[in-house]
Design a protein around this ligand. Structure first.
Ligand SMILES: NC(=O)c1ccc[n+]([C@@H]2O[C@H](COP(=O)([O-])OP(=O)(O)OC[C@H]3O[C@@H](n4cnc5c(N)ncnc54)[C@H](OP(=O)(O)O)[C@@H]3O)[C@@H](O)[C@H]2O)c1
Length: 212
């Protein structure tokens, strides 16, 4: 399980002009089997999805798996058509509100009030997924860090201070030791930090990343 996000020097994930071209170019390094994304991240992109071209699913693309226990995302069919993903899988929980009976989107139900993230990764791994990349502003990533599900963490650090804004690291409490795998600096001063989660962060009886 790999996570990558664009951050300000003080850890904000919004409120600045992120170098998205660089972020997505770097993300292609992994050739992920599954892009795991949180509902809030998708809701923030709703208006751009509405106006985007829809060439149709890309057979060779990753699966888009959407964590949405409250069923707040209603444009999954449109996301599948964007030409990046091969298909979309909605991840719901027992308490997720009822879905449209005619929905063509596949779904996986795990957990009671929240999606059970470890069970989802197990399911994806059993179906052949070897690499999952999480796309999150911090909420979903924090839950995955707390559950010991992240193997690699990459930050594209931008030379800006945002001040009062949510931080990517607000939502977890776990101590993780990291080992630096790579550092690259790009003009105009954007730094890419790539860390692996150290083995010492893994508790006895726990496997890092499950099948992800
Ligand atoms: N700078 C970057 O690289 C970057 C990347 C992505 C997004 N963003 C920005 O960040 C913002 C969104 O980030 P966010 O942190 O608010 O949301 P997020 O990362 O999308 O996380 C929210 C999702 O995580 C799920 N979640 C949280 N805790 C969970 C748990 N314990 N178990 C299972 N699921 C859990 C929530 O589930 P429920 O379905 O139950 O609510 C929800 O679907 C947007 O403004 C977006 O534009 C920035």
């Amino acid at each position: 399980m790999v996570a990558q996000l664009a951050v300000s020097l003080d850890g904000a994930t919004t409120g600045f002009e992120a170098d998205h071209a660089r972020l997505y170019a770097l993300a292609t390094l992994w050739q992920e089997d599954v892009t795991l994304i949180g509902a809030d991240t998708l809701l923030a992109q709703e208006s751009s999805v509405r106006t985007a071209l829809r060439p149709g699913p890309r057979d060779a693309g990753p699966l888009l798996a959407v964590v949405d226990s409250r069923h707040r995302v209603h444009n999954l069919e449109a996301l599948r058509e964007l030409g990046y993903w091969s298909d979309v899988l909605a991840l719901y929980s027992e308490l997720t509100p009822a879905r449209r009976a005619d929905s063509l989107i596949r779904e996986l139900v795990t957990g009671y009030d929240h999606v059970d993230l470890a069970e989802c990764l197990d399911h994806l791994g059993r179906r052949g997924a070897k690499l999952v990349r999480v796309d999150s502003g911090g909420g979903l990533l924090g839950a995955m860090i707390d559950q010991g599900l992240v193997d690699e963490l990459c930050l594209l650090v931008h030379p800006v201070l945002i001040g009062d804004a949510p931080r990517w690291h607000d939502s977890f409490t776990r101590h993780l030791d990291l080992s630096l795998a790579n550092v690259e600096t790009f003009l105009p001063g954007v730094t890419w930090l790539r860390y692996c989660v150290a083995e010492s962060s893994v508790e006895v009886g726990e496997t890092v990343g499950g099948d992800g």
